[in-house]
Design a protein around this ligand. Sequence first.
Ligand code: RIB
Length: 337
Amino acid sequence: MATIKDVARAAGVSIATVSHIINGTRPVSDELRARVIRAMEELDYRPNALARSLRIGQTKTIGLIVPDNSNLFFAEIARAIEDTGYRHGYAVILCNSDGRGDKQQRYIQALVDKQVDGIIFISSGETTAGLQYALDNDIRFVMVDREVPDIVADAVLVDNELAGYQATRYLLELGHRYIACVGVPPYLTPIAQRVTGYYKAIEEAGLELPAGFCVYGDTQIESGERAINQLLRLVPRPSAVFVCNDMMAIGVMRGARRMGVSIPEELSVVGFDDIALARAMCPALTTMAQPISEMGRLATELLIKRIKGELSSSERQRIVLTARLVVRESTCPPRST
Ligand code: RIB
């Protein structure tokens, strides 16, 4: 069994340097870190995690809870979080709450009991289940993407109402007047704010939309297909639709095609997120691009600063980023009727 002494010798550094790199207790150059990690891998050295955590009072582990890791938005933000955590010497444990309060609570308790150093938390949207247990155990956590009311914690968010307004303004400026919306129930706060932005742009343009022009999905692809099946039966028929996430927008595009409606000629579609699949669609999806990687990186760096005590405990950090419109092939001016 290789020891820390064997690693130090193989890497040509002191035992203290190896220890600092393992525990993240001193910044080192990327070259030195890579050299020591390479020696650890070659010698198959396994630091004694329990001994280390008892010694430094940290497990160098971060918990991450997402509502649905099969949704590419959460998969992409989880990737950014894991990359950033690893770069800073932290392992990341990914948990999937399935958007359910009971699973969220069980995972928070499991992470606290495993003594993670902190948690990055994307709310299931349902409840704050489990958060009080984390607070009672002095676990630092950062909220990302979805802010939970009444919980005082660091947060990295996007201005969703502004983004919903901008997406709708773009369709209005193309000349569309019958613009539908596919949102989600109000308890999913960030997406509900996008719907607020949609209505703000519609009302500002002095438009009176017929009933039924805003319907709800559940963030999954199939709910987007069900939504467009409903919207395309309206009279007058919408010539454009703002969809509050890309997964549902993909369902909208599939449903429209199945109904023989061509995109963008007969129906313009704007999504939200800019997941990799949006760019791969045919036609490629016009969407409001969330700064997904930046959100993940900032949240992780914020949590690590909180873990290391580099931020005053009295002040909470609330970072609000902006989404940007990415015009692709799924939108065009309405056909002259
Ligand atoms: O696609 C999942 C959606 O829920 C994203 O828009 C993200 O903001 C999350 O809240």
